[in-house]
Design a protein around this ligand. Sequence first.
Ligand code: UFG
Length: 340
Amino acid sequence: MNSTVLVTGGAGYIGSHVCKALAANGFTPVSYDNLCSGNKDHVRWGPLEVGDIRDRARLSQVMKLYRPEAVLHFASLIRVGESVVKPAEYYDNNVFGTFCLLNAARKNGIRDMVFSSSAAVYGMPDTDMIAEGHPLRPVNPYGHTKLAMENMIRDYAAAYGLNYAILRYFNAAGADMSAEIGTAYKVDTHIIPLLMRVACGDMKEIGIFGTDYPSPDGTAIRDYVHVQDLAEAHILALRHIGKGNGRLTLNIGTSAGHSVQDVVDMARRVTKRPIPARTGPRRSGDPHQLVADAAQAGKLLGWKPLYSDLQTIVASAWRWQLRKTALDAGNEDIKYARAI
Ligand code: UFG
């Protein structure tokens, strides 16, 4: 069997962790990435082909060269705030890019696709736990583009026989357990990487966005899922649809919520650093709670998170932060060894 798969966004945070898991499971991941936010040093488990998903000629050329059996599609712009001020870029990259990718896949006879979607497609939740059947009412352009991409994939599946697994991530977090790779963003707005930067003195303090939410401590609640568990879900999904069981839309989360204050406290405990925090107003567009009902992923794929307890997530992020700091200082081994 040809076990080569094309990974768009393979140099990014989630894409690179999935490439590592793919290689460990006997696949050859070919990363296709325009490097606008990914890191080429994180492409270690297969070739890197630099290219943009909107470049149909380049996509076809790479597909003809490697003849992948499936596409795992991560390449996407992902910042909610940025999507509000630059919607044109989001529709162009995310929606038009996915259109080009789907057509190239179709033209080249690739029938299986795993797609990186987001809890952002749900918008403001009606229920404490969000199941896949919850209404889809995204509240920002980022969420609108993810929903449009999902719909396009479902329409292509119905008309052209594409097999797909759409995975709706809740809060992807943490880093590779052996700290080989971690977050790859040039600019990060996510709470855990920012806390790690405060802990190592790179930033002065963390802002806590909102203390008047309807939660026990007043801060917003999220479902954090370890990126390695997330990667495993992709392997299971790929195998599942490869057996002809296409057309799967699944939440990937833990079904457990943690408040922002819980995360700050855990970061202080794990790093043993004070981590100054300043409370401030809510960030606009933030739901008060996003927790997955993730029962379907367990039932259909046999997926079970292994590293997604908050302590393991934060500890892995901290190990990566220490290694990255040492790498950036150009003295990886000595400094990293001293730091842990
Ligand atoms: N937060 C802070 N301070 C910060 C950063 C974040 O208090 O400096 C809070 C946020 O307000 C939120 C929580 O920490 O309550 C988590 O925020 P993140 O930015 O880490 O993640 P989001 O929940 O905003 O984002 C996630 C996914 C997105 C997805 C979104 C859906 O990463 O891809 O959920 O709402 F779009």
